[in-house]
Design a protein around this ligand. Structure first.
Ligand code: SF4
Ligand code: SF4
Length: 722
């Protein structure tokens, strides 16, 4: 039975317990690193982006035609002697499959791995009806013996050590099993499962593809057990999600190019099986096998038509969105999902297992974009996860007090900025130099893993009228969008950038009416206010007079470019200036390298050893990866690459408030990796990351400095150049 916490409090308690499992973290760490490397190798000879476009297109095309594809499949399959069923709900599917078992006098059932069967709790239903059901995929069999759900869609027992399996198999075999002898452990499974295959009356499989123009199903497996399940018993039932319908084999082969590569880094799995029509079977009623295909709707038809959530049904179940997720890497699937796990699991839980199961887990997303960047079907997973949060909140009819307060304050720019100004004055009793003290009293002890900065005495916008550099005859005009952190906490970062740009003859404007980009509101699923704030910024930032809209905060930049159109689309109006604005957005490093083409001679970093942290919203949101590293070389530094350079630092705004334990661990790893380079300066491009890294270093009493790229460049400029 799967117990998924329904409140944030209960979920955090579960998280704290899970984080104590050192073995789990180590295993998932090793896997994450190995997976990343093997995936890159597996796709080396393919045009991956082209393939992803092709899969997304093909899946969308199929999803638009599901009823038609179902009818075509049914006609073809039934002509070949197969009975085809359509189950509207999970309960109906269970009843249909139990009825097939009853009418064929079945007692023993073997199963191959099927997430759709997990979705409907098929084993429980059949066992309660008196059938003996045996999972035959090694991982599935292990978790069946342990009475657990899968912790990964492709590798269901990845959370277990060989010692745990050795102990379990010792019980199964009735003799002590050496956990180091993997071959021997596999033999135990083989020895136990073979007789089950032979004695089984019915085999149940899933289906990776249901091909409409032939009535065939396709299975992609690694262990060969699915072949035994579908061939040996006299009855075969394939349980297939309706969204697996595709028009033809060509589409299946396109998906097959990505599925094993993205799942496990294999060019192809050990077995790809195509089954069409009834096959000879000596124990079958008339010398042929009884064959059924049960399609499961369970809300799929309705979701496929949904303008926002429809894309989730493109999923080909490769599991990659878990493999790269920093949250999954810390918690595994039992702590990060319900039946379905990982990024897609947070969405499918709401689809198939209801809002109570989705409520707490859907909050556990850093919005780091890693899942989106590897999804072969180009599903916008982080956005959909936030929209699930929104749907849950709407259905609950309750918005947390924090949400309501934030929305109220952010809606009114003058009020919001006035409050920040007032806080900059009243914070003094809480301040200890540039940082706040008494943090645990404000937020709770779990938040004490980092210090937090104080607000600047004077915001950037207050300093702007006197600071604004004069640029005569400018070669470029740029509007600066700096976001709240640089405006009110770190104005020195923005001043460094503006000072540098002035030296290069760039005239910078600071449109005063700009306000928060609205990302914190989106993170808290406050779409209405996020939309209002977006509209305020659109009104403040007329792109026409400017060559570029420069942002020094990767999160603001990627939110404006990626999310403004989606927010405004919800009202079916995407103003033209959103597209113009999005097209003109550029981050600081790209502007320096690609637009200004700055040269090494301008800087004297004097071989300073520097490690770099790549902000999620820069390397994946804005897809800027080479320019910051190039800039570090240009600045005459000794750039020392860190491990997991592009993995989230754990800041993610309100996430670190809701999940301080997770944020603290992600930060700890990030600092370990940066520190291991031996660099004494850490450079990045996002003020949120700077807050997290500095706060963590200060709390440890470490001496490394953390700087925004603009600050470092300003500091390392040639002094005779100013
Ligand atoms: S959402 Fe994408 S990455 Fe995740 S399992 Fe589905 S296809 Fe794979
Ligand atoms: S955005 Fe990041 S944290 Fe959220 S589900 Fe995707 S990979 Fe995980």
């Amino acid at each position: 039975m799967i117990h998924t916490p329904r409140t944030l409090k209960a979920y955090r308690k579960q998280i704290r317990k899970t984080l104590e499992q050192q073995f789990l973290r180590k295993t998932l760490d090793n896997f994450a690193v190995a997976y990343r490397e093997s995936r890159v190798k597996a796709f080396a000879d393919l045009d991956l982006e082209d393939l992803r476009d092709g899969i997304a297109r093909a899946r969308d095309h199929a999803l638009e035609r599901l009823p038609e594809l179902f009818e075509a499949f049914k006609a073809q399959a039934e002509a070949a002697g197969v009975r085809v069923h359509l189950a509207g709900t999970a309960a109906e599917a269970n009843v249909i499959i139990a009825a097939i078992a009853a009418e064929n006098g079945v007692r023993r059932i073997v199963k191959s791995k099927s997430m759709t069967a997990e979705e409907i709790f098929l084993n429980d239903h059949l066992q309660q009806a008196g059938y003996e059901v045996t999972e035959t995929d090694l991982g599935e069999w292990i978790i069946q013996l342990r009475q657990e759900g899968p912790s990964h869609m492709v590798m269901p027992a990845i959370h277990l050590s060989r010692y745990q399996v050795g102990e379990l198999f010792s019980e199964v075999a009735g003799s002590n099993q050496d956990p180091e002898d993997i071959d021997r452990l596999v033999k135990v499974a083989r020895h136990a499962l073979r007789p089950r295959f032979i004695a089984a009356d019915m085999g149940i499989s899933g289906g990776n593809f249901a091909i409409a123009d032939s009535g065939a199903i396709g299975l992609v497996t690694n262990e060969g057990n699915a072949r035994l399940v579908t061939t040996l018993p006299r009855v075969h039932v394939a349980l297939v999600g309706l969204e697996k319908l595709i028009p033809d084999l060509k589409t299946a082969l396109t998906i097959l190019k990505a599925l094993p590569r993205n799942a496990t880094g294999q060019a192809l799995t050990s077995y790809v099986t195509w089954i069409k029509g009834r096959t000879p079977c000596t124990t079958g009623p008339d010398g042929t096998k009884v064959q059924h295909v049960v399609f499961l709707d369970n809300g799929r038809l309705e979701r496929a038509r949904h303008p926002v959530f429809g894309q989730a049904l493109r999923c080909i179940r490769c599991g990659a969105c878990a493999n790269v997720c920093p949250v999954y890497r810390l918690l595994g699937g039992h702590g990060f999902g319900h039946v379905y796990i990982g990024a897609i699991g947070l969405i499918l839980t709401w689809f198939y297992h209801g809002r109570d199961n989705a409520r707490a887990i859907a909050k556990n997303c850093l919005n780091c974009q890693s899942c989106k960047s590897v999804c072969p079907a180009r599903i916008d997973l982080p956005w959909l996860i936030k929209q699930v949060g929104r749907q849950v909140m709407d259905a609950d009819g309750r918005r947390p007090l924090r949400n309501r307060m934030l929305a109220k304050v952010m809606r009114n720019r003058k009020w919001f900025h006035g409050l920040l100004k007032a806080a900059a004055v009243t914070q003094k009793p809480l301040a200890d130099g540039p940082r706040l003290r008494h943090l645990p009293f404000l937020l709770g002890r779990a938040h004490d893993f980092r210090t937090l900065p104080t607000l600047a005495a004077k915001s950037f916008r207050e300093q702007w009228p006197t600071f604004r550099p004069q640029v005569d005859d400018p070669k470029l005009r740029v509007a600066l969008f700096i976001g709240c952190a640089q405006d009110f906490i770190y104005p020195e970062q923005a001043k460094a950038a503006v000072s540098l740009l002035a030296r290069y003859g760039v005239a910078v404007d600071f449109p005063h009416e700009q306000t928060c980009c609205g990302l914190p509101l989106t993170m808290m699923a406050e779409n209405e206010t996020a939309r209002e704030v977006a509209q305020q910024n659109l009104a403040a930032l007329d792109p026409d007079p400017y060559d570029y809209l420069l942002t020094l905060c990767a999160s603001c930049g990627s939110h404006i470019r990626e999310n403004y159109p989606k927010l405004l689309q919800e009202h079916n109006t995407v103003p033209v200036n959103v597209r113009q604005l999005a097209a003109k957005i550029i981050d600081f490093s790209s502007f320096m390298v690609k637009v200004l083409q700055v040269q090494p001679g301008d800087f004297q970093g004097e071989g300073q050893s520097v490690a770099y942290h790549a902000p999620c919203h820069l390397c994946r949101g804005l897809e800027v990866t080479t320019e910051p590293r190039t800039l570090l070389q240009i600045a005459d530094t000794d750039y020392l690459p860190a491990a997991d350079e592009e993995v989230c630092c754990g800041f993610s705004g309100s996430y670190s408030v809701d999940f301080p334990e997770m944020s603290a661990l992600l930060l700890e790893r990030k600092l370990e990796n940066l520190t291991a380079t031996g660099a004494d300066l850490f450079v990045t491009d996002c003020p949120g990351c700077i807050m997290q890294l500095r706060g963590g270093l200060e709390r440890k009493g470490a001496t490394q400095r953390v700087m925004h790229m603009a600050e470092w460049l300003w500091e390392s400029r040639k002094k005779d150049w100013i």
